[in-house]
Design a protein around this ligand. Structure first.
Ligand code: GDP
Length: 153
């Protein structure tokens, strides 16, 4: 740089996984472009399809494991997604459990304490986010990136 500081670029592959319609596409859109799609068609997703899955996970060093705090079923799927992740990628992949749609306070079905407890049991980072109102979205990605960087350096 102009003031003589050394900088380096890094490229880390981070995957977003979780049930369909939990907000994976919108978390990425919010983080990457500061955009939100109120009626986005939910992604067909990787949804336990082995052929697509291995390619998606290959080389991933970070993962956002996303559920929707207003749909308990998506929280109960987290165990399956963790198995899926560990089957297809390195055991050391830096993983954060993300309870998305924290703006939906009146229809919350999963408490913050439950999310935290699961994350602790599984050795994951934990955060609640809203792709709609932007809260904690950058922090979710940054937590993963910082930890990957710390491990590598
Ligand atoms: P994906 O299938 O996991 O990629 O989910 P999408 O990103 O397509 O989101 C599914 C639906 O949930 C869309 O209608 C989004 O507008 C909505 N959505 C995503 N994130 C949030 C959020 O943080 N809050 C609310 N209220 N809705 C969200």
């Amino acid at each position: 740089t102009e003031d003589g500081q050394q900088t380096e670029d890094y490229l880390f592959k981070i995957v977003l996984i979780g049930d369909s319609a939990v907000g994976k596409s919108n978390l990425l859109a919010r983080f990457a472009r500061d955009e939100f799609y109120p009626n986005s068609k939910s992604t067909i997703g990787v949804e336990f399809q082995t052929a697509v899955t291995s390619a998606y996970y290959r080389g991933a060093v970070g993962a956002l494991l996303v559920y929707d705090i207003s749909r308990r079923q998506t929280f109960e799927s987290i165990g399956r997604w963790l198995n899926e992740l560990h089957t297809h990628s390195d055991m050391n992949v830096v993983t954060i459990l993300v309870g998305n749609k924290s703006d939906l306070k009146d229809s919350r079905e999963v408490t913050t304490a439950e999310g935290k407890a699961l994350a602790e049991t599984q050795g994951l980072f934990f955060i609640e986010t809203s792709a709609l109102d932007s809260s904690n979205v950058a922090a979710a990605f940054q937590t993963v990136v910082k930890e990957i960087y710390n491990i590598l350096s």
